[in-house]
Write a protein that binds this ligand. Structure first.
Ligand SMILES: Cc1cc2nc3c(=O)[nH]c(=O)nc-3n(C[C@H](O)[C@H](O)[C@H](O)COP(=O)(O)OP(=O)(O)OC[C@H]3O[C@@H](n4cnc5c(N)ncnc54)[C@H](O)[C@@H]3O)c2cc1C
Length: 307
């Protein structure tokens, strides 16, 4: 394991403007409110800073976790004794370079992006309003809802490649599919994305966004910590419907419970640990398989402890 105190000093010396946190409590950042501390957390303010930081981390042999708004992560209880590189506020600029495109920093929230699009009378991102992730996390997961997916409106992505170089690729070369992309499971850091939208009426766009938020409020347990849908939609059914039909609403392990409002969500009823959630997920998968013969695949990213 690298000497993270020395590495923190090297990072500060090479990148004086870098926001660098040590022993950052991940439960405060993650929507699940679960997880121990991250040994280092880096919040770069530019693609260049992110690229140099990643080069230094890799040269030192650090374990690296990329994240955005931490709304799809299950962090280990014992913490992550590596470096978490987070795209957040310092990388959240939004601009509309012409009439139909929006360039978004990876740290912008999808909510902010959708509202920005509405303000510019651009339609196509209404579905993303209410998804609590960042642009970077959204592209990495090809986030979607209510019939829309980011891949429908994504034009290109800028990222830091594993060799530390800043590159750009069109959306057609990013392997975007249901909750996956060419970034899934890699150390390639998305730093910004360009979306191509269509002109529309701001009033209609805002009305559609309000309608979708209302649908979410009515159907999802938004008042309880969670990471959204726990499992991906299987080829032949809906995870939430299968879990509900198997009679698992309200099933709990420790502080983790299958939401009684929406069976697709595992919620933290207070004090849930990562171990509780994993045990509950295992039980759900076992019982759904027994009931239907369908294997559920996690959508939530379960992060392994390192160090
Ligand atoms: C209440 C609730 C409702 C939700 N509803 C939806 C929904 O309707 N539709 C939907 O698709 N999802 C939904 N989600 C899940 C989640 O918001 C999305 O998956 C979102 O895209 C994750 O973005 P994030 O920034 O939080 O990513 P994180 O949780 O921080 O990371 C998720 C994954 O993306 C990777 N990643 C993050 N940022 C980057 C980056 N800059 N470069 C490379 N890789 C990166 C991480 O390594 C990780 O593998 C919901 C979650 C909650 C809590």
């Amino acid at each position: 394991m690298p000497d993270y105190s020395a590495l923190a000093k090297d990072l500060k010396a090479a990148l004086p403007g870098l926001e660098l946190l040590e022993y950052e409590p991940m439960d405060e950042r993650c929507s699940f409110k679960i997880g121990g501390r991250a040994r280092l957390m880096l919040l770069p303010g530019s693609a260049e800073d992110a690229a140099l930081a990643l080069k230094l981390l890799r040269a030192a042999g650090a374990d690296i976790l990329l994240c955005g708004n931490c709304t799809n992560l299950l962090m280990p209880d014992e913490g992550y004794m590596g470096a978490v590189v987070c795209m957040s506020k310092p990388m959240s600029a939004l601009e509309s370079p012409d009439g139909t495109r929006i360039r978004a920093g990876a740290g912008a929230t999808l909510n902010a992006l959708a509202v920005f699009a509405a303000r510019h009378s651009l339609t196509g991102l209404e579905f993303a309003h209410g998804i609590p992730g960042s642009v970077g996390g959204g592209v990495a997961m090809n986030a979607g809802a209510y019939g829309g997916e980011l891949k429908d409106v994504l034009e290109s992505v800028e990222f830091v490649d594993t060799d530390g170089e800043i590159k750009s690729l069109p959306a057609s070369e990013l392997g975007l599919g249901y909750r996956r992309s060419a970034f899934s499971g890699t150390d390639k850091l998305i730093t910004s994305a360009v979306f191509r939208l269509a002109p529309g009426s701001e009033e209609d766009i805002r009305a559609r966004m309000a309608e979708l938020i209302e649908k979410r409020r009515a159907s999802q347990p938004l008042d309880m910590p969670s990471a959204g849908s726990t499992f991906k939609r299987p080829a032949n059914g809906y995870a939430a419907a299968l879990i509900d039909q198997a009679g698992l609403k309200g099933l709990s392990v420790g502080g983790a419970m299958v939401s009684t409002k929406h069976a697709g969500f595992v919620v933290n009823t207070g004090g849930a640990t990562c171990a509780d959630v994993i045990a509950l997920m295992d039980e759900i998968r076992r019982r759904v398989f027994e009931f239907s013969g369908i294997e559920l695949e996690p959508e939530v990213k379960i992060i392994k402890a390192v160090g």
